[in-house]
Design a protein around this ligand. Structure first.
Ligand code: RUB
Length: 309
């Protein structure tokens, strides 16, 4: 299989997962296409791969941000490749800052609980460990695709003790947690946090036991199309990820990939511009990075909506 087709297939099949990793993989595909194109063909070739990538996973504003950025830097191959380098550098710098700010919030001697696999949240925990903090992390397995296993492996490799539990044990374990942390795929203009299915249920449990809930997410996760009135699309995946449908003839089987946590259940978003409540986060993004050109991002969002077509 061609390298670019493979990246696209890996993103769609979740062999590459986590919003940040998805955005980086998309840039890798664009880089390969740019490398293979001369300046005459650059525009057409890159635009066509951008469209294919945008359709792979609709709930990914971080990838859309990267792709919109690509479309803005198409005057020459040299300019595009330099721009991609710059974007990747900024992403790395933002991860380091988020890890540092977030690590200060991790209670020494405490118990942390997390859900799914977020590189950003894991970096926060890794950095806290580097700073000498001791803590245990409760990791939920994250049905149906068990991203919790990846999280558990990453944390164990960093020397952080892990307790691995089924998703439905989250309420029980939340009682003894000192902090709940996840990543995010998208943050809307009114401060709602979109993340892996189950995140909101755990946020409700966290509120019940007064456990603070923090979301580790770069400003790339802010989705500007929501400011133009578009709802964040929730990706619905193949039911066969949940169960073989032939085992339950006649039953409707649903497999939404994400849920939406309301801002009042989130204590703070840990981003590279600082830790802010979700209610003011969008204003802080606009103040720091400027207001996005909505027409540009809406065009790509429309394409993403046509997933699979
Ligand atoms: C992964 C998921 C992660 C966010 C943030 O879902 O919900 O919490 O993507 O990840 P999926 P990161 O497995 O469906 O991609 O912090 O790495 O961007």
């Amino acid at each position: 299989m061609d390298e670019v087709d493979k990246i696209i297939d890996d993103i769609r099949a979740l062999r590459v997962q986590g919003a940040r990793n998805v955005a980086l993989a998309a840039l890798r595909a664009v880089r390969i296409v740019a490398d293979r194109s001369n300046d005459d063909l650059l525009r057409d070739n890159v635009k066509s791969v951008v469209i294919r990538l945008a359709k792979t996973r609709p709930t990914e504003p971080a990838m859309r941000d990267a792709l919109t950025y690509v479309l803005r830097h198409l005057s020459s191959k040299e300019e595009l490749l330099r721009a991609i380098d710059r974007y990747e550098d900024e992403l790395r710098e933002s991860e380091t800052k988020i890890a540092e700010y977030g690590a200060h919030r991790i209670p020494d001697g405490g118990t942390i609980i997390t859900h799914c696999h977020s590189t950003t949240a894991i970096n926060v925990l890794r950095r806290a460990k580097e700073l000498g903090k001791e803590f245990r992390v409760i990791v939920t397995e994250t049905r149906p695709l068990y991203q919790g296993k990846l999280t558990a492996k990453d944390l164990l490799a960093a020397g952080i003790p892990v307790t691995y539990v089924v998703d439905s044990a989250a309420y029980l374990f939340m009682k003894d947690a000192d902090l709940y942390i996840t990543g995010s795929d998208a943050i809307t203009s009114d401060g709602y946090v979109v993340n892996k299915i189950g995140t909101a249920l755990m946020a409700a449990a966290a509120e019940r036991f007064n456990v603070p809930y923090y979301v580790a997410a770069s400003t790339l996760k802010y989705d500007p199309v929501t400011a133009a009135g578009y709802p964040e699309l929730i990706e619905e995946r193949d039911p066969s990820e949940v169960i073989d449908p032939s085992e339950l003839p006649g039953a409707e089987i649903r497999n939404p990939a994400f849920d939406v946590t309301p801002p009042e259940l989130v204590d703070g978003i840990i981003s590279e511009i600082g830790i802010y409540s979700p209610q003011i986060f969008p204003a802080m993004v606009a103040q720091t990075k400027g207001v996005s050109d909505l027409e540009e991002v809406i065009a790509l969002f429309r394409l993403a909506k046509e997933r699979g077509k």
